[in-house]
Design a binder for this molecule. Structure first.
Ligand code: ADP
Ligand code: MG
Length: 262
């Protein structure tokens, strides 16, 4: 059954988009069927997948506002490994237009319902704010993956995000839960990072992924080549870390399925 994961953090620049693109590519490399939805008007996940956001004909706007058929809106990343619903400036218009609709919080959920099971994983790259697009992502999702940097104010921000997720869940999606918390741009030589990381594990226990994404220049360079890091430099520490994360996510999903069967 398709698993829908919203990648969210109200803070910008924490690695949401990098996580979406590299995780999509890594899971696709393990033969999983993956869809990535770019709900950020900046269109970084689109560009990072090698699709020109200025040229692309259909985006999340057509899916959410115009109710175009999913099959007519979806495209494929340049390496032909995963499906993509593109995002660009039009998605800002979608956010405004959505306000006019009845049941505006569940437009994305409704659009995905018919195709959800065609995929193993669906990732939604959220904008760095709590707007109607993020609400749509949270109501369509089974769970939320939270990338975060281990910095001084990170835990405070995280508590606020958890609060938002549980309130939103109560309103539009009671089953919504935290998929996992991912430490990004990690520098093990930094004492503060290690302290914050320890506190994170104390607070959130098993929800914190064992895999840590290191600060790695290849991850930052890859988008300018329009490709996930594994196609740009597969031996880089960044590419390897996202492959390891894909493995961890698959193992967790399998353990859950086994637990449901007993
Ligand atoms: P968000 O989507 O949360 O705004 P991004 O994924 O766009 O964050 O990352 C912000 C910036 O940091 C981008 O320039 C990206 O290339 C860079 N970046 C992300 N993760 C890493 C990493 N692990 N190492 C080095 N640079 C990174
Ligand atoms: Mg982003």
């Amino acid at each position: 059954m398709g698993k829908v994961i919203a990648v969210a953090n109200q803070k910008g620049g924490v690695g949401k988009t990098t996580t979406c693109v590299n995780l999509a590519a890594s899971l696709a490399a393990t033969k999983r069927r993956v869809l990535l939805i770019d709900l950020d008007p900046q269109g970084n996940a689109t560009m990072g997948s090698g699709i020109d956001k200025y040229e692309v004909e259909n985006t999340a706007y057509e899916l959410l506002v115009e109710e175009k058929a999913f099959a007519d809106v979806v495209c494929r990343d340049t390496n032909g490994k995963y499906d993509l619903i593109a995002g660009n400036g039009d998605v800002t218009a979608a956010e405004i237009k959505l306000m006019e609709f009845f049941a505006r919080e569940i437009r994305l959920r409704n659009a995905l319902a018919p195709i959800k099971d065609d995929y193993d994983f669906i990732f939604i790259d959220c904008p760095p704010s709590l707007n109607m697009l993020t609400v749509n992502a949270m109501s369509a999702a089974d769970s939320v993956l939270v990338p975060m940097q281990c910095e001084y104010y990170a835990l405070e921000g995280l508590t606020a995000l958890m609060d938002t997720i549980s309130k939103l869940g109560a309103m539009v999606n009671p089953g919504l839960h935290i998929e996992g918390i991912l430490r990004t741009m990690y520098d093990p030589r930094n004492r503060l990072s290690n302290d914050v990381s320890d506190q994170l594990k104390q607070h959130f226990g098993e929800k914190v992924y064992r895999t840590v994404i290191p600060r790695n220049v290849r991850l930052a360079e890859a988008p300018s080549f329009g490709a996930p890091a594994m196609y740009y430099d597969k031996s880089s520490a960044g590419a390897k870390a996202y492959l390891a994360l894909a493995g961890e996510i698959i193992r967790r999903a399998e353990q859950l399925t086994q637990a449901e069967q007993v």
